[in-house]
Design a protein around this ligand. Structure first.
Ligand code: ATP
Ligand code: K
Ligand code: MG
Length: 680
């Protein structure tokens, strides 16, 4: 995706946006935007007045004037529509390129009797089991239930380096449309046709599901109310004017109304939202809703899981360390037994290390054993052998509790060994057989580089980072130090992760959470912004409202910036739009009443050429300003790392002051040009 998205606006896209701007004149579509809908009604009335100037009562202005007002209003509408069409353009192009990867393919579907049958991928349903081999495209989203393979995900992530996916752990999910580059895997299909990740991605970048955010809705309501107030003010001008014996032309009243209602922000509002979402996509982050992006802009706390988010998550067994009185061979043997049926990456790495150390075993030896699978709840796994003996490995505190409950004791040097590993940032797993602890397995993992700097940036923005891990407190402290997070919570079960989020939320804070595991899914759903790593499980990706295709937790920083920028841009342009009214008022009111009330000359501070020129200049400025502000609506106002409040104050000042001054200059300039061309 990244490859296609980096392209700048092409001529083709501009042309398409122009065509779309005309199509969007359809009143049914326009109705969703109250401000611009009023402009459209005005445009229609001035069109009628151009054809029949006396249609609504006798008129003293010529057709030419009405035509001029009509044309300027038409362009006001077109400029606003063009802004929206431009913002939509890039997403449409991206959707096009994604669609091209959605080819019809055949899948190898496993039958009840164990044989396979070739079927078209469109026939695959949730729960089907399929087999995909080297070189083949994966026909549907799913979870690997057997095997390990390296997979080229460039069709979705734009990243050409293949990633390793395997059954059992947090790296088990695969996406339809990606390619297996080595080995073969068995996959359980997780989505029905039309609901796949690729489908969702297409409709997301295309904006098909785009809904107004609560913020946008509130602003739209505010703008509609403002429009209504100006409408009432202008209608009441008519009897006042007739008392003064001033005849107000309908087209002039419409011009005044359009100048005063907030057309600038009304015209650019939707483009600002779409462009914000698009900017998030440019960072290879899929945001399921604009609401999530806006929430990201206000985040106070970020909660991260450790394994797979802060670290790479390929926890591998590095060493078997026996406690006093146990040989290395003994602990290796117990560790192996505890792991022969453990299908997690950790479990497999233990079996592999035991093999390297010379342990041999037969698969059928454990055929009648009961498998105790690893859960985040128990933090243990193992086997119950046919003779009734129980073999376990797991988090040190979990194993200690288990052994004590079985009448065993804790070896005196266990604490020292496990602390040594934890202080080095490793995960110690204790192993026990028949209620006796044999020693510790040292699982190593690596912290992703560059985290410290980015967490420091978050601190500067006023965001607190908390690591929330199932691992022990010492390991957690070491990794927390190394990664530079502000705080950590250790030995956290899934419900503890939710509790941590709820606690922050109850203090009135907005919370973001990043994670990759199935055990993170409930917390991802509870958080205001839940960002799942693309490397993670389906459950995590489904619960989250954002997915980072590059599996980089610090990406949230970019999303936060974009969210803040979105809110600030909207605020700044609203301020600018309303501040503009002052100059327009000074241009139009004297022009309307000058003949009856020469005293109003004192209001004519711009010394505009003629009443007609004043009105048309203000109206032209009103239209052009929409066009000129499209780049700011699309790119967002410049954002710097400071608190949102300071940033907003700063921008409201700039855009407020600018909004007062710029139109005085602009309207005067247009007036000079119009009169020098003898147009008015
Ligand atoms: N296959 C396994 N068998 C037994 N115990 C395990 C296994 N994998 C992990 N553990 C233990 O359970 C603890 C919790 O693991 P889990 O991966 O659920 O934590 P987590 O909350 O995902 O961690 P993180 O937040 O760091 O990603 C680990 O710290 C480890 O001690
Ligand atoms: K306006
Ligand atoms: Mg995890």
């Amino acid at each position: 995706m990244a490859a296609t998205s980096k392209k700048l606006m092409t001529q083709e896209m501009l042309l398409q946006a122009g065509i779309d701007a005309i199509k969007k004149l359809n009143p049914v579509m326009m109705f969703r935007n109250p401000v611009m809908f009023i402009v459209e009604v005005g445009t229609f009335i001035t069109l009628l007045l151009t054809i029949a100037p006396d249609l609504f009562g006798s008129s003293t202005v010529g057709r030419g004037y009405n035509l001029a007002v009509f044309l300027i209003l038409l362009f006001t509408l077109l400029f606003a529509n063009f802004a929206e069409a431009m913002a939509e353009g890039r997403g449409k192009a991206q959707a096009e390129s994604l669609r091209s990867t959605k080819t019809e393919m055949t899948a190898r579907l496993e039958q009840k009797d164990g044989t396979t049958k070739e079927v078209p991928s469109t026939q695959l349903r949730k729960g089907d089991i399929i087999i995909v081999q080297t070189g083949e495209l994966i026909p549907a989203d799913g979870e690997i239930i057997a095997g390990l393979a390296s997979i080229d995900e460039s069709a979705i992530t734009g990243e050409s380096a293949p990633v390793i996916k395997e059954s059992g752990g947090d790296f088990s999910s695969v996406t339809g449309g990606t390619r297996v580059v080595s080995d073969a895997i068995t996959i359980r299909v997780m989505t029905d046709p039309g609901e796949s990740f690729l489908d969702r991605m297409i409709s997301l970048v295309e904006g098909a599901q785009r809904q107004k955010t609560p913020n946008e809705m509130a602003l739209t309501t505010l703008l509609a109310v403002l429009t209504l107030i100006f409408l009432i003010v202008i209608i009441t001008l008519v009897p006042m004017a007739s008392y003064l014996n001033v005849h107000l032309e309908l087209s002039t009243l419409i011009a005044l109304l359009v100048c005063l209602i907030p057309t600038t922000i009304g015209g650019l509002l939707s483009a600002i939202g779409i462009a914000g979402m698009d900017r998030v996509t440019q960072f290879n982050v899929l945001a399921m809703s604009g609401k999530a992006v806006e929430a990201a802009g206000d985040i106070d706390t970020l909660i991260l899981d450790k394994t797979g988010t802060i670290t790479y998550g390929n926890r591998m067994a590095a060493e078997f360390i026996p406690v006093q009185g146990i040989t290395e061979a003994d602990i290796t043997w117990v560790a192996l037994q505890a792991s022969v049926k453990d299908e997690t990456p950790e479990g497999r790495s233990i079996v592999e290390l035991a093999g390297k150390k010379g342990s041999v075993w037969k698969e059928d030896q454990y055929a009648s054993a009961e498998v105790i699978e690893f859960t985040a709840e128990t933090r243990m796994s193992g086997l119950n052998l046919a003779d009734g003996s129980e073999i376990r490995k797991g988090a040190v505190d979990a194993i200690c509790t288990y052994v004590l409950a079985h009448g065993g004791s804790i070896p005196s040097d266990l604490g020292d060994i496990s602390n040594r590993i934890a202080k080095a940032g490793g995960t110690p797993l204790a192993v026990a057989s028949v209620g006796k602890i044999y020693g510790i397995i040292y699982l190593k993992d690596t912290v992703k580089p560059g985290l410290k700097e980015r967490f420091a940036e978050m601190r500067e923005m006023g965001i607190k980072t908390i690591m929330c891990t199932g691992d022990n407190p010492l390991t957690a402290a070491t990794i927390a130090m190394e990664a530079g997070v502000d705080d950590f919570i250790a030995e956290a079960k899934p419900e503890d992760k939710i509790a941590a989020i709820l606690k922050e939320q109850q203090e009135g804070k907005l919370v973001a959470m990043t994670g990759d595991g199935t055990n993170d899914a409930p917390a991802l759903a509870q958080a205001d912004v839940g960002m799942a790593m693309n490397s993670g499980t389906m459950a995590a990706k489904e619960a989250a409202n954002m997915i980072d295709l590059d599996s980089d937790p610090t990406k949230l920083l970019s999303v936060v910036s974009i969210g803040k920028q979105l809110l600030i841009t909207r605020g700044a342009l609203t301020t600018f739009s309303i501040a503009n009214d002052i100059a327009k008022y000074f241009a139009i009111i004297p022009a309307m009443f000058i003949i009856a009330l020469p005293q109003l000359q004192s209001l004519n501070i711009m010394h505009l050429n003629s009443p007609a020129s004043a009105i048309l200049s203000a109206l032209i400025f009103n239209a052009i300003v929409i066009l000129l502000l499209i780049p700011i609506a699309m790119k967002g106002v410049k954002y710097r790392a400071m608190t949102a409040d300071r940033m907003l104050t700063r921008n409201v000042l700039i855009y407020g002051l600018g909004g007062v001054i710029v139109p005085f200059i602009g309207i005067k300039l247009i007036d000079v040009v119009l009169s020098s061309l003898h147009l008015v």
